[in-house]
Ligand binder design. Structure first.
Ligand SMILES: [Zn+2]
Length: 461
């Protein structure tokens, strides 16, 4: 095995069922992990769930369930999503796991405390339960959190532990400025550098009573619980031998926690910083974030049920620009499916294999050695422009369609031409491997059997 590559997704907060945003991040991370494995790197791909905080306790109460029972059930839905999306994660961490997670979280706290970077103080300010975070008054819009309009932030006054974040701001700014810790994309990097201009020490614990004991106790002080965000971030340290992470995948809404607080705490604890942070956008519908109130929620499980795993992977990977907000509606999904999967790829496979079955005595054998689609595809994958890497594959599909139109091999029955078409189709099948594994396997199997298949992607009306 070669060089290691450690990739993480954010751990999902289990207060509500998984949505398309979760699916997007998982699929993006999965393609990168699969691609890195094809480059013969020793990949470790970690995902998991964030299960502490008062918001979880309240969600459980609202359903009349014990908190533990509630999170156990909720986690199953996230695991199901991972399975249904064909995600190749190597690890799954739950922050309620007292054996795998708690020791890391507490050890991390101790390192920072020993460094002298934690102190006790009174805190007075507004806390948004929706964000599980303090919000400063200047962030409030008409007294409300901009993300959580339905609930007013609570004014709280309590004794907490604080982390000396302000002491590390200079060092973090330097490392992000010179890309030692690279924030992708450039505009997100600039956002972080902006955030780093105005940083105060942060509260890093809450009284255990206030969170009903649902959290990781502060080492040496049971009356306090580690602040859920600080504790959750330490999940990334779980596979110790792989640290530092080569790539953290996160959404833009949690950029501050990952690019300001996390690196500062790592520096305090004397640990290495992650190498890159990939910041994706939101999945919007009709230009808005999906919400029950707006009635524009699209359930990833429903899309998988109707169109299949690879169709959803296709959409999330190609139709959404990795670093920007993307748009999905049921209409757009169907349109992209019919145009690029039913017609584009599916139709090409049928056409080529019909001619191969009718005119070739034996199957065409492609080059089975390593994954070597250098040049443009590799370049784009290294830049994490998954959408452009897929455009490259779909350009190859169009080129092949055009070749068929020009050479009309169904009339000429020219074996050389048909063999060459199958060979190119084989290459497309291989290229699809990190993006759409099941489809890739099917195409290679069809070629091996030299038989015209059932439609890979039946048209939807
Ligand atoms: Zn909020």
């Amino acid at each position: 095995m070669g060089e290691k590559f450690y990739i993480t997704t954010a751990i999902d907060y289990v207060n509500a069922p998984p949505h398309l945003g979760h699916a997007l991040e998982k699929v993006q991370a999965d393609v990168i992990a699969r691609y890195q494995r094809l480059l013969k790197k020793e990949v470790y791909f970690l995902t998991g769930t964030d299960e502490h905080g008062i918001k979880i306790v309240q969600a459980a109460e609202a359903m009349n369930k014990e908190t533990k029972e509630f999170v156990d059930e909720s986690v199953e839905k996230f695991k199901k999503l991972i399975e249904d999306l064909n995600i190749s994660n190597d690890g799954f961490i739950r922050t309620s796991d007292k054996e795998k997670h708690w020791p890391n979280a507490q050890e991390f706290w101790k390192k920072i405390a020993e460094k002298g970077d934690i102190y006790k103080d009174k805190y007075k300010g507004y806390y948004c339960v929706g964000c599980e975070a303090y919000v400063t008054e200047k962030d409030l819009v008409d007294g409300k959190c901009p993300y959580h309009q339905s609930k007013n932030p609570e004014l709280i006054e309590e004794e907490n532990y604080f982390f000396k974040l302000s002491e590390y701001v200079g060092a973090v700014r330097e490392k992000i400025g010179n890309d030692e810790l690279e924030i992708l994309s450039k505009s997100r990097k600039n956002e972080v550098l902006e955030m780093l201009k105005d940083v105060k020490d942060i509260s890093c614990s809450r009284p255990s009573k206030k969170v009903k004991g649902w959290g990781v106790p502060v080492p040496g002080d049971d009356s306090q619980t580690m602040y859920v965000w600080v504790e959750a971030l330490t999940n990334y340290l779980y596979p110790k031998k792989y640290w530092p992470a080569d790539l953290h995948m996160i959404g833009k809404d949690i950029l501050r926690f990952h690019a300001v607080i996390w690196p500062a705490m790592l520096l305090s604890a004397g640990l290495e910083l992650p190498k890159k942070i990939f910041v994706h956008g939101f999945v919007l519908s009709d230009g808005k974030r999906m919400s029950k109130t707006d009635g524009n929620v699209i359930d990833p499980f429903e899309l998988i049920k109707e169109y299949g795993t690879d169709a959803l992977r296709y959409y999330l990977l190609r139709e959404i620009t990795p670093f920007e907000d993307g748009e999905v509606t049921k209409e757009k999904f169907k349109e992209a499916y019919n145009a690029n999967l039913a017609n584009g790829l599916g139709n090409l496979v049928s056409r080529v294999m019909k001619m191969a079955q009718d005119n070739l005595e034996k199957p065409v054998v492609g080059d089975t050695t390593g994954y070597k689609f250098g040049g443009y595809l590799a370049e784009k994958m290294n830049e994490f422009r998954i959408d452009l890497a897929m455009d490259y594959v779909w350009n190859k599909i169009s080129e092949l369609d055009n070749e068929i139109q020009e050479k009309k091999p169904w009339e000429s029955k020219d074996k050389k031409v048909i063999e060459n078409l199958v060979l190119n189709l084989y290459r497309i099948g291989r290229m699809l491997e990190p993006f759409m594994l099941e489809t890739s396997k099917k195409i290679l199997e069809i070629i091996k059997n030299n038989k015209m298949p059932e439609p890979l992607f039946p048209r939807k009306d």
